[in-house]
Design a binder for this molecule. Structure first.
Ligand code: ZN
Length: 165
C-alpha cells in the first residue's frame, strides 16, 4: 500500500481518513486529500513479417532478459507519442503506432507500472541500434525467441498470431 506522510501542498503531516469511499491520506492542516494515481507505461509490439522487435534489458529488474520496447508515459504526454519515443530511444527505429492492442492492469509482479498500454506499431525509418536502457535490440522470429523477462511481453507474444494484421 502506498503511503504519503506529508501534504504535497503545504508540507504538514497527513492522517488517514475515510474520503471518497476509502481510507486516504488527508492533510492535518489544509485538509488536502491525496489520491494515488496509477503509474502508466506503454509497451510496443513491432512486427515485420514473421519477426518481432525485442530489446535486451541493460538494467535490473530483469537485466539480461529480453522484452518488447517499453517505458513510462510522462505526465503530459500522449501515450502514442510515448510509444514512438520509447521505441526510438531503445531501438533507433522510428515507428508509426497503428492501433491499440490492450490495456493491462499490473500483470507484472515486479510492479513497474500499474497500467500498461500495449500498441501495435510498424517501422517507418531509422537504423536498428540499441540505446537508453536497452543493451541490445534485435528482430526475432516466433520459433527462436530469447529469454523473456516481463509478463506483459509474454502475454503479448502469446497472442501474436491473433494480433497479426
Ligand atoms: Zn496541507
Amino acid at each position: 500500500m502506498r503511503v504519503a506522510n506529508y501534504c504535497p501542498v503545504c508540507g504538514a503531516p497527513t492522517v488517514m481518513q475515510e474520503r471518497f469511499g476509502r481510507q486516504r491520506p488527508v492533510c492535518s492542516q489544509c485538509n488536502h486529500t491525496i489520491f494515488f494515481e496509477p503509474k502508466v507505461a506503454v509497451v510496443i509490439f513491432v512486427v515485420e513479417g514473421d519477426r518481432v522487435l525485442l530489446v535486451e534489458r541493460a538494467n535490473d529488474p530483469a537485466k539480461g532478459t529480453w522484452a518488447l520496447p517499453a517505458g513510462f508515459v510522462d505526465s503530459d504526454e500522449d501515450p502514442r507519442d510515448a510509444a514512438a519515443r520509447e521505441t526510438l530511444e531503445e531501438t533507433g527505429l522510428t515507428v508509426e503506432v497503428t492501433h491499440l492492442l490492450d490495456v493491462l492492469h499490473r500483470p507484472d509482479p515486479q510492479g513497474l507500472a500499474d497500467l500498461v498500454i500495449a500498441y501495435r506499431a510498424r517501422v517507418t525509418g531509422g537504423d536498428l541500434q540499441a540505446g537508453d536502457d536497452a543493451a541490445d535490440a534485435r528482430w526475432f522470429t516466433r520459433d527462436v525467441l530469447p529469454m523473456i523477462g516481463f509478463r506483459t511481453t509474454e502475454i503479448l507474444l502469446g497472442r501474436w498470431p491473433q494480433d497479426e494484421d
